[in-house]
Design a protein around this ligand. Structure first.
Ligand SMILES: CC(C)(COP(=O)(O)OP(=O)(O)OC[C@H]1O[C@@H](n2cnc3c(N)ncnc32)[C@H](O)[C@@H]1OP(=O)(O)O)[C@@H](O)C(=O)NCCC(=O)NCCS
Length: 170
């Protein structure tokens, strides 16, 4: 685990954060790991009860963002649509993700928080697993890249009882 002595605060995004979100998801180093939405697509999601946009703050400055989807799902299956840090490699994303888990399970009726991660994204898979996400399986050749190649994603999730158990063990 990283020994970065940093706390990451979390707040709901507003329309003013859209430029930050779009610039961060468009960082060249993130290209093979996350999707990029248009301003219209983000605007529609931000306006929907089904989505929550959260901004990670370190010393008051935005350092990353996350998008949650399916918040109105009647079964409590919430999806982590996207998470990205401006400057990965400092352990801030890990701290942000831990705060995000607390937020999701405290502030919403989420029972199962799930995500899809490219199997080649070993860094993100490591961080998710270290925070309690369990790999459920592989979505084989589920995404077609611009060059026509097809790549796998791992499906991962953490359940509310698992989060509670980890929380009480802290
Ligand atoms: C995934 C992400 C949010 C994690 O944020 P972070 O905490 O800043 O990540 P770091 O680079 O500091 O690495 C965190 C951990 O991964 C480990 N790691 C780094 N590169 C790795 C690799 N190639 N393979 C496995 N583990 C790796 C680090 O050693 C560290 O381990 P620790 O927490 O046990 O000390 C961030 O890397 C990011 O924004 N990535 C680009 C977007 C992305 O991939 N999003 C996820 C899409 S599903």
């Amino acid at each position: 685990m990283s020994d970065v002595p940093v706390t990451v605060a979390l707040r709901r995004a507003t329309a003013d954060d859209l430029g930050f979100v779009m610039a961060t998801e468009r960082l060249p180093e993130h290209e093979s790991f996350i999707g990029r939405w248009s301003a219209d697509r983000h605007g529609a999601a931000m306006a929907s009860e089904d989505f929550a946009y959260l901004i990670a703050l370190a010393e008051g400055e935005p350092v990353g963002f996350a998008i949650l989807r399916d918040l109105t799902d009647p079964h409590g299956n919430v999806g982590l649509q996207r998470i990205a840090m401006v400057a990965p490699g400092r352990g801030l994303g890990r701290v942000f993700l831990a705060s995000l888990l607390d937020w999701v399970f405290r502030e919403t009726a989420c029972h199962r928080l799930c995500l899809e991660v490219f199997t080649a994204n070993t860094r993100a898979r490591h961080v998710y697993a270290s925070l309690g996400f369990v790999e459920e399986g592989i979505l084989r050749e589920v995404v077609r890249r611009a060059d026509g190649t097809r790549v796998d994603q791992a499906l991962m999730s953490i359940l509310r009882p698992e989060w509670l158990a980890l929380r009480s063990a802290d």
